[in-house]
Design a protein around this ligand. Structure first.
Ligand code: SF4
Length: 294
């Protein structure tokens, strides 16, 4: 008899303390601000952990084409400003797009692996690419290319592919705003994305790939085939070595933009390069830009 009465009593105590805990944590914030605050503090904590665990000095392939000064700031572990929760939601949307496409490719039967390990000691790269798929473009009768072996980023000993290089394609997914989608070049992807693929070619041995764009507002999609290009590979390697040299000398490259340029407006290090502005002011600029883009 007592068990039936005690349980709700106990649950109610737990619930009240849980609610108090939430109130202590979020104060008077509304639910949207609570979400933003949670995401910002979670991101700040994971950045802090990166620094604490000494995970600095790595070059991320997604930094290809980014302002060199920003890359050197990141390599040297300069503190970034807290990233507003709304921006983090935008990034999560991008990740959601990747996962969605990888699921679809898997169900279509074209996916080999959703991601690949990317490593290069000299270039201080330790990361992962997007998907690899079967090369549906392979011309009939084409001879097998050289054998390559690719690994799972979560388990460095687990092979995800061993076979001819020309039987596979590497795919880079990009989710972009309507405004930028409309500005995509006719025959090639954006330069920085083409260069990112050239870096993947260099690191994996793969020789052909696709940049697959989705308009995040309308879900329209476009793709570009990218072929290995030795000249572009040389350029991307030399650009990476240049930023690593700057970081080793603990020097910063010149600023590549001014405070009002888009690249600086969205840069995590803008407060180090330009007159610092508060998160509120920054968010105002961000929202204004979003409205203009709509
Ligand atoms: S604020 Fe501008 S110049 Fe400075 S690191 Fe960022 S993008 Fe480069």
């Amino acid at each position: 008899m007592s068990t039936i009465q005690d349980t709700p009593q106990q649950d109610s105590v737990v619930a009240v303390s849980k609610i108090q805990e939430i109130k202590n944590r979020y104060g008077d914030l509304d639910i949207v601000s609570m979400v933003h605050q949670f995401l910002t503090s979670e991101n700040t904590e994971s950045q802090k952990q990166r620094v604490d665990q000494g995970r600095l000095g790595k070059f991320y392939p997604s930094s290809v084409g980014r302002c060199k000064r920003a890359v050197v700031y990141q390599l040297l572990g300069y503190p970034t400003k807290a990233i507003p929760g709304q921006n983090l939601l935008v990034m999560e949307n991008g990740t959601g797009f990747h996962n969605r496409m990888e699921d679809i490719f898997e169900k279509m039967g074209i996916l080999i692996a959703p991601e690949l390990s990317l490593k290069d000691e000299d270039l201080r790269i330790s990361g992962r690419s997007d998907a690899i798929i079967w090369n549906y473009l392979l011309p009939e009768g084409e001879e097998d290319g050289e054998e390559i072996v690719l690994y799972d980023p979560k388990d460095k000993d687990k092979e995800v592919y061993r076979g001819p290089v020309n039987h596979i394609l590497i795919v880079e997914f990009k989710s972009i705003k309507n405004k930028n989608y409309g500005k995509l070049p006719k025959t090639k992807p954006k330069k920085e994305h083409e260069m990112q693929l050239q870096l993947y070619f260099y690191l994996t041995g793969i020789r052909r790939g696709i940049v697959y764009y989705e308009n995040k507002d309308t879900q329209e999609s476009k793709f570009y085939i990218v072929e290995y290009n030795q000249q572009l590979v040389d350029q991307v390697i030399s650009d990476i070595k240049e930023v690593l040299d700057y970081a080793d000398r603990r020097e910063l490259p010149e600023k590549e933009g001014n405070a009002l340029d888009i690249m600086c407006r969205y840069c995590d290090f803008r407060n180090l390069c330009h007159t610092p502005i508060s998160d509120e002011e920054w968010l105002e600029i961000y929202l204004k830009d979003e409205e203009e883009a709509a």
